[in-house]
Design a protein around this ligand. Structure first.
Ligand code: SF4
Length: 381
């Protein structure tokens, strides 16, 4: 938190009256269908986050209850912080627009079924994961088609609302996924699909779903089928790249994520990964860390820096963070990674190659030069 309100300050001076107060876009307009509950967001930070609004197992939505639960979270956030929100980088003090009662962000992460076993995912490591309590999770399963239909029928979804699919559990396996994906697409809502890419939805395969407002975020995390299998237990490396290329060809915006860990941070692994990025439609590369280990080791930091070097020298787009590292802003991980990147002497050539990426023949010359220098660097350092 950047500023402190006096204890007891009421939020009634905030929403609707133009006063400043602590909040975030999710508390203002978010609703997350989560496992066994409705939550305000799907943000994890410092091992906390996702404030619960109420238990939920499907059925009609209690808008009054949702509003009251948010009011209580708001009240606590003005007085030191609700336990789930305390320390969240999204919680900021500012003048928030008056509420309209409509939602502009819907999270759909109510089902934990998955067709992979990524070793960094809570489904594998948490003692509360479904694999240890399968009967309980089966009981908590519910349908989101009706409540979302209710939101649409009551005109409670803002134009341009963002639909955020998944984030623990593979959304393309959700019972109502294909139908809702197409429905949101027809209504022109922006959709972010956090998918492992193993299954391509029917509407993408047959080209009937308009993908212009669909963003795919897929964590590939490997540059070879062997490493992929070791991290995720299944042999789907090529399938995933094929599907990502298909999404790209259908007009979706694709982001490939790489969570850099001790197991996949070698230079050869990263080089192979970047080659596959080039071969499969050149999506944006998003590197991050495993959010459980914010104290990054030298090897992981070097891997992240080398990834940026390799991606930029190939004239591709690179971004860092978003989940793992952003969960701990006080650790300043992006700054550390940037410093490591700059400490590699071909960094300025890689940057030049990236900046010139749209300049026809100059782009290919600078790319060749930058890549060659990166190989020299690899050889000697
Ligand atoms: S955890 Fe963060 S993003 Fe979620 S509601 Fe609280 S402040 Fe907002």
């Amino acid at each position: 938190m950047n500023e402190t309100l006096q204890p007891g300050t009421s939020i009634s001076s905030g929403p609707g009256t133009g006063g400043g107060f602590y909040s975030c876009r999710w508390l203002e307009g978010g609703l997350c269908f989560s496992i066994g509950a409705l939550r305000a967001c799907a943000e994890i930070h410092h091992g906390r986050g996702e404030p619960k609004l109420m238990d939920y197992a499907g059925g009609p939505l209690d808008f009054d209850g949702i509003c009251k639960a948010k009011d209580e979270i708001h009240r606590q956030n003005q007085q030191g912080g609700h336990p789930a929100c305390k320390g969240c980088p999204n919680l900021v003090f500012q003048h928030w627009p008056a509420r309209t009662g409509k939602f502009d962000w819907i999270g759909i992460t109510h089902d934990a079924r998955c067709n992979l076993e990524c070793n960094y995912c809570w489904l594998q490591w948490a003692d509360y994961a479904p694999r240890h309590h399968s009967a309980l999770y089966r009981k908590m399963r519910y349908n989101v088609l009706n409540p979302i239909g209710e939101l649409l029928a009551k005109d409670l979804l803002k134009d341009g609302a963002l639909i955020d699919w998944g984030g623990g559990g593979e959304p393309t396996l959700f019972d109502e996924f294909d139908e809702l994906l197409a429905q949101f697409s027809r209504r022109n809502y922006t959709q972010w699909l956090h998918t492992n890419g193993v299954r391509a939805p029917a509407g993408i395969l047959d080209g009937t779903t308009d993908c212009s407002n669909i963003h795919i975020l897929c964590s590939v995390d490997a540059g070879t089928p062997e490493t992929y299998r070791r991290l995720k237990t299944r042999d789907e490396y090529q399938t995933v790249w094929r599907n990502l290329l298909l999404y790209r060809r259908r007009g979706a915006h694709v982001v490939v994520k790489y969570i850099v860990t001790e197991e996949n941070c070698s230079r050869s692994e990263i080089r192979c990964f970047v080659q596959d990025v080039e071969r499969h439609g050149k999506p944006l590369v998003l590197a991050d860390i495993d959010h459980r280990y914010p104290d990054v080791s030298t090897a992981i930091r070097a891997g992240l820096a080398f990834m940026k070097l390799t991606v930029w020298s190939s004239g591709l787009d690179f971004a860092f963070g978003e989940t793992g590292s952003d969960s701990y802003p006080e650790k300043q991980i992006p700054l550390m990674v940037e410093k490591s990147f700059r400490s590699q002497w071909p960094a300025s050539f890689a940057e030049l190659s990236y900046r010139l990426r749209h300049r026809r023949w100059i782009a290919s010359v600078s790319r060749m030069l930058a890549r060659g220098l990166v190989r020299v660097y690899e050889y000697f350092f």
